[in-house]
Ligand binder design. Structure first.
Ligand code: 5GP
Ligand code: MN
Length: 331
C-alpha cells in the first residue's frame, strides 16, 4: 500500500511549522534507521531547523561515515532531558514499537509533544500522532526520499549518501524481494545526486574487524540443520563473543549468510544478549513468512526478516522457536 497525498501533506506541514526536531530510531540501529535519520536531519537543517539525533544505542563503527558532523548522539536521560522537553516534534524512524525505543521511548511517551512515525514495518496497532507508513517500501530511507521529493526539496550529496545507505542495507545490497524497480530508480537518482555506490559499499561492508570474521568462522563450523536441511540454525554465546573479542553488534549480517546454502529456506540465529536475555533473528528466503513466529514470542518484524528479544537463556528457547518454525514449514 503506498502512502496517500494527505499523509505526505500532513508531515510536510509539521516539518515546515516546527523549529526544533528530535529524531530517533530503534535500539541496535541499522543502516536504514541511521541513514533515514541523517537524510531527514540534513534536509531539515537545510530548511534552517534545529535538529537533534538521539539514539539509545551507540553508533556502530561501520556507520561512522554518516556522522561526519557528530550530530548522532547516544541518548542520556540527564544530558538530553531539556532537548527532549523543548522539541516541537519527535520524528521516530524505522520503528513503530515503544519497546524497541527503550529509555528514550519512555521519555518521549510521557510528553504531549507530537510524534511523527515514518516506517516500513507491518503495523500492529496505532503508533504516534502522525504516520507515514508503507510496509511495501524497501526501507524507511525510501519513504524519506519520497517525502523530500513531495516537499520539492533538494537531494544534496549528504542526503543522497544517507538514503542510499538505507536502501543498500535494507535490501541486502539490492538482492532481497523488496528490491522493486522503483528501488533501482531511486538508487539511480541518489547516485546522480552524489551518492557513491562503490564507496558506500566499502564503508559499510568492507571495514569489519578480524575478530568479527573469526567469530563468524566459528559459527559456520557449528551450523545445525533441521527439517531435511530446510532450516539452518546456530547459537552465539556471550562467551564465544568474548573469546573472539567481538560484541553483540558484530553479529549483524550473520543470520543472512546461510541463505547461500541450497535447500535452506529459513535461518534462525540465537545470540546471548546477556545471561538472562536471548536475541532471536529469523530470516526466510521468501517461501515462508517468518514474522508470525517472532510475534508469537512477543517480537515482530518484516515478512522475511524478523526477530525477538526474549527473557531467559538460549537453551530455554531453542526448542520452542525451532518447533514453531517446523510447524510453519510443515503447516
Ligand atoms: P535483526 O534480526 O536484524 O535484529 O532484526 C530483523 C528485523 O526483525 C528488524 O528489522 C525488526 O523489524 C525485527 N525485530 C528484531 N528484533 C525485534 C524485537 O525484539 N521486537 C520486534 N517487534 N521486532 C524485532
Ligand atoms: Mn528498515
Amino acid at each position: 500500500m503506498s502512502i496517500n497525498k494527505e499523509s505526505f501533506e500532513r508531515v510536510k506541514e509539521c516539518l515546515h511549522h516546527g523549529q526544533r526536531f528530535v529524531l530517533t530510531t530503534h535500539v541496535n540501529p541499522d543502516g536504514d534507521g541511521l541513514g533515514s535519520e541523517v537524510g531527514l536531519a540534513s534536509y531539515l537543517r537545510d530548511l534552517g531547523k534545529d535538529v537533534f539525533i538521539l539514539n539509545v544505542s551507540e553508533l556502530p563503527d561501520n556507520y561512522d561515515f554518516l556522522n561526519t558532523d557528530g550530530a548522532i548522539k547516544t541518548y542520556n536521560g540527564f544530558i538530553h532531558r531539556e532537548t527532549i522537553l523543548t522539541a516541537d516534534y519527535f520524528l521516530i524512524l524505522d520503528i513503530s514499537d515503544w519497546n524497541r525505543l527503550r529509555d528514550i521511548g519512555k521519555e518521549i511517551r510521557k510528553t504531549d509533544i507530537p510524534k511523527i512515525c515514518i516506517d516500513h514495518h507491518p503495523q500492529s496497532g496505532e503508533f504516534g500522532d502522525v504516520q507515514l507508513i508503507n510496509d511495501q517500501a524497501s526501507s524507511t530511507g525510501e519513504i524519506i526520499y519520497e517525502l523530500i521529493k513531495y516537499c520539492d526539496g533538494k537531494i544534496t550529496p549528504t542526503i543522497a549518501t544517507a538514503l542510499y545507505t538505507s536502501i543498500l542495507t535494507d535490501t541486502g545490497s539490492f538482492k532481497f524481494s523488496n528490491t522493486s524497480a522503483r528501488v533501482f530508480r531511486i538508487a539511480g537518482d541518489l547516485v546522480e545526486c552524489g551518492a557513491s555506490s562503490e564507496e558506500i559499499y566499502k564503508l559499510v561492508y568492507e571495514r569489519q574487524s578480524t575478530n568479527k570474521v573469526k567469530l563468524f568462522a566459528s559459527i559456520l563450523n557449528r551450523l545445525r540443520f533441521e527439517e531435511n536441511g530446510r532450516v539452518a540454525w546456530f547459537t552465539i554465546s556471550k562467551e564465544s563473543m568474548h573469546s573472539h573479542g567481538a560484541k553483540l553488534s558484530d553479529t549483524e549480517g550473520f543470520a543472512d549468510y546461510p541463505r547461500v546454502i541450497s535447500g535452506v529456506e529459513v535461518i534462525v540465529m540465537f545470540s546471548e544478549a546477556d545471561k538472562s536475555r536471548t536475541k532471536v533473528s529469523l530470516r526466510s528466503k521468501g517461501n515462508y513468512v517468518v514474522n508470525g513466529v517472532a510475534r508469537k514470542f512477543g517480537g515482530g518484524g518484516h515478512q522475511y526478516a524478523a526477530g525477538v528479544l526474549m527473557e531467559g537463556s538460549m537453551h530455554q528457547h531453542v526448542k520452542s522457536i525451532l518447533s514453531e518454525v517446523a510447524l510453519l514449514l510443515n503447516g
